[in-house]
Design a protein around this ligand. Structure first.
Ligand SMILES: Nc1nc2c(ncn2[C@@H]2O[C@H](COP(=O)(O)OP(=O)(O)OP(=O)(O)O)[C@@H](O)[C@H]2O)c(=O)[nH]1
Length: 293
């Protein structure tokens, strides 16, 4: 059963005007670089892929970064590495908060520059540092990655879509320069299933949505995963935390039951707690997507 049969997210922030502006800003950034570091959320590598990215990036070098490696189990990480390899892509996993995997990203970006400079030399031009930009959906860890690459804090948080900023280069090494502002990929509204997963993971920016609906969808998704790939999840993650087992409930009825059990029937509070606990990793390492068979 697909998630979207039961849930229709009513997102009320990304108006078409916002999306168009964000798209324009992103394309402006992409135009100036040689290498694109595309950051996705390791919990949902497919939902954090925008279908038009391939077209926007064109034939520029692209480095695929799956961030939040600490939030999925190591076996799932290996499955993704193999799956992407099968698709002809190298997936680099990072924990931008702690710094794991970041050196490999800088090396991969610099390696792309070697080819660039070979082409420049062939045309009689002087070599120059390779120029890169970090792009991704909101909250996937773009700023954390930029700060880690630089070894210091230069980005507070990503530029909000629609807010035009001047583009500045910051130097990472003599071979690599980075745009100091990450490129924010606008939401693709057409894909409801992806939108729900983005909302569960809080990768949806300032869009507002119904927390109870999103928390219910989260429980249904967990139950589905438990059924199909229980061995890849922590044992009874939700039961362990709340002592109410979701397996016998639909998402919606679970929210009611949990609200009665812990929050004096307050389903809104229950939903918010459930989502916050998941996002903080308090339910354990839970991947919300697995590589398609
Ligand atoms: N657990 C964990 N948290 C991370 C990781 N990377 C980033 N974070 C946290 O996730 C939150 C969002 O990170 P940011 O770097 O601000 O994400 P962003 O993509 O720049 O977000 P926007 O500014 O909303 O576009 C912050 O609280 C980070 O500390 C990671 O690998 N693991």
């Amino acid at each position: 059963m697909s998630l979207t049969q039961n849930y229709k997210l009513n997102l009320i922030q990304w108006y078409p005007g916002h999306i168009a502006k964000a798209e324009k800003q992103l394309k402006e950034q992409l135009k100036r670089v040689d290498v694109v570091l595309e950051v996705r959320d390791a919990r949902i590598p497919l939902a954090t892929h925008h279908p038009q990215i391939d077209e926007w990036v064109g034939d520029k070098a692209r480095i695929l970064v799956l961030n939040r490696l600490d939030m999925i189990p190591p076996q799932v990480r290996s499955l993704w590495v193999d799956w992407f390899k099968h698709q002809g892509q190298v997936a680099y996993f990072t924990n931008a908060k702690q710094g794991q995997g970041v050196v490999a990203i800088a090396k991969a970006a610099q390696a792309a520059g070697v080819k660039l400079n070979q082409r420049r030399r062939d045309r009689g031009m002087l070599p120059r540092p390779v120029r890169a930009v970090v792009i991704g959906f909101p909250n996937v860890g773009k700023s954390a990655l930029i700060n880690r690459l630089l070894g210091k804090r230069v980005v507070e948080s990503a530029a909000r879509p629609g807010v035009t900023r001047s583009l500045r280069w910051v130097r990472i090494s003599e071979h690599l320069e980075l745009l100091d502002a990450p490129g924010v990929i606008p939401l693709k509204m057409g894909n409801q299933e992806a939108a729900i997963k983005l909302a569960i993971c809080d990768d949806i920016g300032q869009a507002s949505y119904d927390h109870q609906l999103v928390a219910s969808a989260f429980i249904d998704l967990l139950n589905q995963l438990q059924e199909t790939a229980g061995n890849l999840l922590p044992p009874s993650p939700v039961y362990t935390r709340y002592q109410v087992d979701p397996v016998m409930y639909t998402g919606e009825s679970y929210l009611q039951a949990l609200a009665e059990h812990r929050y004096q029937g307050d389903q809104e509070r229950t939903a918010r707690h459930l989502l916050t606990d998941f996002r903080k990793g308090l339910l354990g390492t839970i991947p919300l997507e697995l590589p398609p068979k």
